[in-house]
Design a protein around this ligand. Structure first.
Ligand code: NAD
Ligand code: MG
Length: 371
């Protein structure tokens, strides 16, 4: 090889927000080219040993880059590359993580780093909660959905053959590092799926943010870095604020499920994976807005605005025709947490949410109108 050349990389730019959970508080750093910045990547890694958990899709894109940065920060790195996919968020792969950690003699001071989307984040977080009764954990989310949603809030876990996310723990990370550059390789459908949760935050909590999303949805879809950074920051602020008030989902946190009762029914009714979660939630929000309108909680203009912004984000707005009986049956499953009637998260008005059961005739009207 030739003489050493001095490479000038564009500097990383970032902003930090804090999730305020007492002694479990942690920073979320959002910005451009953070994966190249040893000071940011290593800031919250207490010891000199790390294990990076990722998958076969993300590894060829970002693993070498991250390991280079970790080495520059003086860390000894173990790599764990798992197969890709929601169906891989399971017991076998959790055991593979433990197998490698034990074989490599990783001790209680080893930090686990999740490099990937929500599947890797959830599984790695759960591994960190359980390995030697808890080791430090850093999230490096690489999908928009994981940057705005799953990496914030401390829910970790795996799926069981009898139900999604049924085995898990609340476990907060030391830090979340969201590098917006990683979004450039994300497939369009995955980007739109993440935008669905962004729209959700505006709709349930923050009208000015909803207005901003409406005005900037074109830039978001085109992956404008400044627009994405703002959307991620505001989404994380809103989720962090809800989680701060209700860390273990005693009540308030449930509003984050706006659009999800209909969405879960779509996902299950179509067969998991046919619609992405975010696609089902996008359509589910259109349906929940329609139901809110029929109950007199929002005006016609608000209902149309929700549908228009969901559509502009590249998400479906027309529900699949599962048949009325099947729809009702599928939504019944969602009441598992409540042990009673199906409760809906509704807008009353746009920017504020309420959780309540609804009269069956109104629900049937919405089902008829939205398919
Ligand atoms: P995912 O992790 O499956 O990622 C989607 C796809 O994108 C995968 O194929 C992945 O390998 C690929 N990918 C990831 N980063 C990429 C990149 N930068 N470039 C190209 N491809 C990339 O799915 P997701 O949408 O990120 O997360 C969904 C999971 O998150 C579900 O398991 C869900 O249960 C969970 N979740 C958890 C919470 C929580 O609070 N813990 C909240 C929401 C969702
Ligand atoms: Mg969701």
């Amino acid at each position: 090889s030739g003489p050493a050349t001095v490479m000038t990389l564009p500097p990383s730019t970032s902003e930090v927000l804090h999730v305020d959970l007492g002694e479990r508080s942690y920073p979320i750093t959002i910005g451009h080219a953070l994966l190249d910045d040893p000071a940011i990547v290593a800031a919250k890694i207490p010891g000199n040993r790390v294990a990076v958990v990722t998958n076969t899709v993300v590894a060829p894109l970002y693993l070498e880059q991250l390991c280079f940065t970790l080495a520059a920060a003086g860390k000894k790195v173990t790599q764990i590359v798992l197969p890709d996919g929601e169906e891989e968020k399971n017991w076998e792969n959790l055991m593979k993580i433990f197998d490698t950690l034990l074989t490599e003699k990783c001790d209680r001071k080893t930090t686990l780093i999740a490099l990937g989307g929500g599947v890797i984040g959830d599984m790695t977080g759960f591994a960190a909660a359980a390995y030697m009764r808890g080791v430090p954990f850093v999230q490096i989310p690489t999908t928009l959905l994981s940057q705005v949603d799953s990496s914030v809030g401390g829910k970790t876990g795996i799926n069981h053959p009898l139900g999604k996310n049924m085995i898990g723990a609340f476990y907060q990370p030391q830090a979340v590092i969201a590098d917006t550059l990683t979004l450039n390789t994300l497939p369009d459908r995955e980007l739109a799926a993440g935008l669905s949760e962004v729209i959700k935050y505006g709709a349930i909590i923050d009208v000015p943010f909803f207005d901003w999303i409406e005005q900037n949805v074109g830039k978001l879809v085109a992956r404008d870095a400044a627009a994405l950074t703002y959307a991620i920051r505001r989404s994380c602020e809103i989720k962090a604020d809800v989680v701060r008030q209700d860390e273990r989902e005693g009540g308030l946190r449930a509003i984050l499920n706006f659009g999800h009762t209909f969405g879960h029914a779509i996902e299950a009714g179509m067969g998991y994976g046919v619609w992405l979660h975010g696609e089902a939630v996008g359509c589910g929000m259109v349906m929940a807005a329609d139901l809110s309108y029929r109950l007199g909680f929002i005006d016609e203009a608000s209902r149309s605005r929700i549908a228009a912004v969901v559509k502009a984000a590249g998400l479906p707005t027309k529900a699949p025709n599962l048949g009325q009986a099947r729809w009702l049956e599928l939504m019944e499953v969602d009441k598992k947490n409540e042990g009673g009637q199906i409760k809906f998260i509704l807008l009353k008005p746009l920017g504020t949410s309420v959780i309540m059961p609804v009269p069956q005739d109104k629900l049937l009207e919405t089902l008829a109108a939205c398919v």
